[in-house]
Design a protein around this ligand. Structure first.
Ligand SMILES: [Zn+2]
Ligand SMILES: [Zn+2]
Length: 181
């Protein structure tokens, strides 16, 4: 039987004995992870499948599959669209206090009693937010001249791709004047 879905990403390590391996399902609100942004709205709870493995006495190996959904504005057509975000990580936590150490980027610590992966999940999701979100690679966006939504309608403005009307060549004007004399 599957275990209940947890509502926290904080794990009590007393439940995980030497060489124990356990899996958990967790579902937490994006707000509880501090995922509050103006430009990106997280519209589904963050679902995590978490595997914990106690290696040796204190080291805990954590693997997580994480999934949620966001609503974000397309950079081209400025319409909001929804997209799934998924990420995974596999990290080794050692007992210690990261604020008291010269922390290496890939070292992770917990206090030996409780292990909180909220921040790791938050950072993993943030890294998956595209810097330049597009509703579709094919999105035509808005006309820069008249603002028409080019996904839905064509407009009669010259597109930047069309060659600009050739500027009058001063020499051709001069040669015309000479012809007329
Ligand atoms: Zn778009
Ligand atoms: Zn236009």
């Amino acid at each position: 039987m599957k275990e209940d879905v947890r509502d926290t990403l904080v794990f009590d390590m007393k439940d995980l004995r030497h060489e124990d391996f356990k899996t958990f399902e967790a579902r937490v609100s994006p707000a509880s992870l501090g995922l509050n942004y103006e430009e990106v709205e997280f519209i589904k709870p963050v679902s995590c499948a978490v595997q914990l493995f106690r290696q040796g006495n204190d080291n805990v190996y954590v693997a997580a599959d994480i999934e949620t959904k966001m609503s974000v504005e397309c950079r081209r057509c400025i319409h909001p669209f929804e997209a799934n975000i998924t990420t995974t990580f596999a990290l080794l936590f050692a007992v210690g206090n990261e604020t008291l150490r010269q922390k290496e980027a890939d070292e992770h610590y917990y206090d030996g009693e409780t292990l909180d992966i909220s921040e790791n999940v938050r950072q993993g999701l943030i890294l998956e937010i595209p810097a330049w979100p597009l509703c579709s690679e094919m999105c035509k966006g808005l006309c820069t001249e008249c603002g028409a939504e080019l996904n839905h309608e064509a407009c009669s403005c010259a597109t930047p791709d069309e060659p600009a009307v050739a500027a009058a060549n001063p020499f051709s004007v001069l040669s015309k004047m000479l012809e007329n004399n």
